[in-house]
Write a protein that binds this ligand. Structure first.
Ligand SMILES: Nc1ncnc2c1ncn2[C@@H]1O[C@H](COP(=O)(O)OP(=O)(O)OP(=O)(O)O)[C@@H](O)[C@H]1O
Ligand SMILES: [Mg+2]
Length: 230
């Protein structure tokens, strides 16, 4: 579904990603792990086109997208939830969902389906997004991304800074989403246990390079911990 092939990218003249290759197959969860500053966010921003690829290639469904703008990648079916749960803080939860649904034929149904996945948001529809807790904001951000009917959902640390009970809720939803079929997830995650539980494949990123990759599942945990030297 998504292929990054020997991708190099960075900021200005500083290269941060030094030749990374990552494949996300159809109907699968792929986890990227790595320490702070390893380049995980930079890699995701490159995948969605917010940062230019200096060399290497990106393909989606076998077609090159390396030069496509972020909005064209969204149209192809790639949704991105950035680190830090951004929504419009002055708009209510309902309005935040509505702005994404506007202009979509199935808009209302899509909002309903998203709320079915995150029932806690139903109680918060009139509350301003800026007043939601971190976990609630994260759920809203994922709900908004799903309204674009993505085939690939890219999540940057969806459980960062969130209390454990809400982490479990978000984890459950991500796993539920992908077991239905038709959706793949590229997940950056510091919770190694959860990432490996959800993922069929993992990559460890260190200083902008993949230093370890393998199949997901609980048995990979020792491997990943030693690759990350923690
Ligand atoms: N806008 C920017 N301009 C210049 N350098 C940047 C910019 N954003 C990030 N960097 C640098 O790129 C490197 C990788 O940062 P990145 O945010 O991709 O790491 P990360 O793995 O996502 O870390 P974290 O786990 O803390 O989110 C870091 O050295 C960082 O300082
Ligand atoms: Mg990051």
């Amino acid at each position: 579904m998504l292929e990054l092939i020997d991708v190099h990218s960075g900021y200005g003249r500083t290269e941060v990603i030094h030749g990374v290759s990552v494949t996300v197959p159809d109907d699968s969860v792929v986890a990227i792990m790595g320490h702070n500053g390893a380049g995980k966010t930079t890699l995701l921003r490159t995948a969605v086109g917010l940062i230019a690829t200096k060399s290497g290639r990106i393909a989606f469904d076998g077609e090159p997208i390396t030069k496509l703008s972020p909005s064209r990648r969204v149209k192809r079916g790639i949704a991105y939830v950035p680190q830090g749960q951004q929504s419009f803080p002055q708009l209510s939860t309902a309005e935040n969902l509505q702005v994404v649904a506007d202009g979509r034929k199935r808009g209302k149904a899509l909002i309903d389906e998203s709320l079915d996945l995150f029932p806690a948001l139903r109680e918060l529809l009139s509350r301003k997004a800026g007043l939601l807790s971190g976990g609630q904001r994260q759920q809203l951000a994922i709900a908004r991304a799903l309204i674009t009917e993505p085939r690939l959902l890219i999540l940057d640390e969806p459980t960062e800074g969130i209390q454990p009970s809400v982490v479990a809720e978000i984890e459950r939803t991500i796993i539920e989403l992908t077991t239905r079929g038709g959706l793949s997830v590229l997940l950056v995650e510091q919770h190694i246990g959860f990432a490996l539980q959800a993922a069929q494949r993992y990559y460890v990123l260190q200083s902008g390079r993949v230093t370890s990759t393998g199949d997901g599942g609980a048995r990979a945990e020792t491997e990943v911990r030693s690759a990350m030297a923690i």
